[in-house]
Design a protein around this ligand. Structure first.
Ligand code: AMP
Length: 215
């Protein structure tokens, strides 16, 4: 299975990719996560990416495409398939992905656009916390951890992303409308797009992605 999840920040791409990975065995390729790891490791790429991420801007296409091309060519990704979370985010990246996949002789199964009203996204982002170790995502109101500040699954401390501050969130949403919304239209034209209402819980959204949703 080769799948892309597109949607605004806070729509639940990370949560859905984690479910797809746990249940279907596909490899999660999250560009944002990969950048955050590089930042944590203090690499040149991480230092460069941080300057953009902290302002809610996109990291330049060239380095992002190069980084993701390397990930896509990894043996386990070729073997198990992938779910792309956060890439492509510009039409240039979508065109580059087409070329990479053409060279590799592979095709996408589907592109899912996760859609939700902006007030819900804002509410989700301002209350979001993640585990520093396993990446599990919490919400201070809808999914609080059992013990404050600690992950239920692995006991590690929780953190709030540096780009989940109100001003940066607003900029990330603006960038989404300007740069990423055209990517949704790009895939709509090729006919591989599935629009999913992500306003309900993770399981309802997951069932829609898998085509097993019954209301
Ligand atoms: P995310 O975890 O997907 O919300 O991504 C966090 C941040 O990483 C974004 O706001 C961007 O600054 C950067 N980023 C992630 N994916 C991309 C991408 N495909 N192109 C450019 N920048 C990206």
């Amino acid at each position: 299975m080769r799948l892309i999840l597109i949607g605004p920040p806070g729509v639940g791409k990370g949560t859905q990719s984690a479910l797809l990975t746990a249940r279907l065995g596909v490899i999660q390729l999250s560009s944002g996560e990969i950048f955050r790891k590089e930042i944590e490791l203090g690499t040149d790429l991480g230092r460069m990416a941080k300057r953009y991420i902290d302002h809610g801007e996109l990291v330049p296409n060239g380095v992002t495409i190069e980084m993701m091309a390397k990930q896509l060519r990894a043996d386990d990704v070729q073997k198990h398939g992938f779910v792309l979370d956060g890439f492509p985010r510009t039409v240039k990246q979508a065109e580059a992905l087409d070329e990479i996949m053409f060279e590799m002789g592979i095709q996408l199964d589907k592109v899912v656009s996760l859609e939700v009203a902006e007030d819900i996204v804002l509410e989700r982002l301002t209350r979001r916390m993640g585990c520093t170790r396993c990446g599990e995502i919490y919400h201070s109101k809808d999914k609080p951890p059992h013990r404050e500040g600690l992950c239920d699954k692995c006991d590690s401390p929780l953190f709030v992303r540096s780009d989940d501050q109100p001003e940066t969130i607003r900029e990330r949403l603006r960038v989404f409308h300007e740069k990423t919304a055209p990517v949704i239209e790009y895939y709509a034209r090729t006919g591989s797009l599935q629009r999913v209402d992500a306003s309900e819980g993770p399981e309802e959204t997951y069932a829609q992605i898998c085509g097993t949703y019954a209301k």
